[in-house]
Design a protein around this ligand. Structure first.
Ligand code: HEC
Length: 206
């Protein structure tokens, strides 16, 4: 079998590999510099990307950034349309801007009775799966908006307005997820030593 080594086709720096298959030989072709640079460049980039987004969490991974932006857009759209329903409230519960605004309102207005971590004090726990007035965002919207005056829960709608009430619902439901199993309970028992309603003040001393 003849080997086809036409010197005209053979660049100086390419050696011929020793094997022959069906009369075919191959050069030990050197990889072009641009190709190698692209390969090494992408390895360096991948390490950097992995460190930046995953190992050290310096940046928000693009998928999460997109999700956040979508939630924000949904919240803006909901705000513009003025519609408040379970769906928009669930969407708002993923919106970091809404949540940080609501945190301030909750801590200044609601935490005295529900505790800053919402686990309940005078008012019920808002982060467990037990609800007095229903476990959907709109149920809470109604309770917060109209209050349960006889039980000591004030009506916040007239004081805060619909937008702020909606934000508070989003803040509460950021601790829940759609379709979770809920239990309807008749009422809340405050922890021992905590009065359900403010005790009557003693009669003034004569
Ligand atoms: C003065 C105390 C008090 C304050 C302040 C208060 N709540 Fe309440 N809240 C209660 C009580 C008491 C109940 C239970 C009502 C009942 O038994 O029907 C309640 C019930 C609720 C419920 C219904 C829970 C369920 O299980 O259905 C939600 C939601 C709620 N409060 C949210 C809020 C938010 C948001 C704020 C702040 C804007 C707030 N509350 C401020 C006392 C308070």
């Amino acid at each position: 079998m003849t080997t086809m080594t036409d010197p005209a086709d053979t660049p100086h720096d390419d050696t011929l590999r020793p094997h022959v298959f069906d009369g075919i030989q191959e050069y030990d072709k050197r990889l072009p510099r641009w190709w190698l640079l692209t390969l090494y460049g992408s390895i360096v980039f991948a390490v950097g990307y992995w460190a930046y987004y995953h190992a050290y969490s310096i940046g928000t991974p693009p998928a999460q950034a997109l999700e956040k932006e979508m939630a924000e857009n949904a919240a803006i759209a909901a705000k513009k349309s003025g519609v408040i329903d379970d769906k928009t409230l669930w969407k708002m519960s993923h919106d970091t801007k809404v949540l940080s605004a609501a945190k301030v309102t909750f801590e200044t207005t609601c935490a005295v009775c529900h505790k800053p971590d919402m686990t309940g004090l005078i008012g019920p726990n808002l982060v467990d799966q037990e609800w007095i007035h229903g476990g959907n965002p709109m149920d809470s919207f109604k309770t917060i908006n109209e209050g349960v005056l006889v039980k000591g829960m004030p009506a916040w709608g007239p004081m805060l307005g619909r937008q702020k009430v909606a934000e508070l619902v989003a803040y509460i439901f950021a601790h829940h997820h759609p379709g979770e199993e809920v239990k309807i309970v008749p009422g809340w028992t405050p922890p021992p030593g905590v009065m359900p309603v403010a005790p009557p003040s003693p009669p003034p001393a004569k």
